[in-house]
Design a protein around this ligand. Sequence first.
Ligand code: PGA
Length: 247
Amino acid sequence: MTGKLIAGNWKMNGGLAANELLIKAVLAGLQTPACEVAVCVPAPYLAQTRALLAGSPIDVGAQDVSGHDSGAFTGEISAAMLKEFGVRYVIVGHSERRQHHGETDAGVADKAAKALAAGITPIVCVGETLAQREAGSTEAVVKRQLAAVIHANGHCISEIVVAYEPVWAIGTGQTASPEQAQQVHAVLRAQLKAASAQARRIQILYGGSMNAANAARLLGQSDIDGGLIGGASLKAADFLAIISAAV
Ligand code: PGA
């Protein structure tokens, strides 16, 4: 197993002045982290973020990537473009994109493939809605979502990061219990192991209302290798506390 990864997902938040304040506050409070750290920022801020983080242990990430290489795809951003801005990670298949932008399992798999081909690590998000959990289909849903990515990227599947984000826990303050999260992570771990011997080392992050108060217990579970942090990544003190909990 590699170390843990704490990745902030700023979503559609920030501004030039606010970003600078936030990043400077995080860097000022950051001891040498025991884990990998990244911030996934809105695309227009990649250059600014890269400059502010230069020489620091924090990597730059993006929040989406096109499933195409180039051409007539107005509004899309290619993996090669992200690479030019020093992007190390890109979130793909976040539930907000699946829900509001009609992203399909196959489309998410294409995005992961383009990221991998450009040397960017895709953070592949999977997770069930409340209705799916209540219907007892959590395992089936997350396995189907991950299977599409494994199917399209089998040869380099060990290069991905997976994030389990129960949709009902995102931005709601309602976190999955450590036991609930661990149960799903174990299912995903088994699926990855079955796909490839190297895939046993893949980091599986938990996301969904992880905060300074609950991070240590979640990150203490045997198959939780880090966190994808939304709201709490916008507050330097909270993000730093989560990073310190990732040992
Ligand atoms: P949250 O978001 O931490 O605000 O719940 C997590 C995410 O959507 O990645």
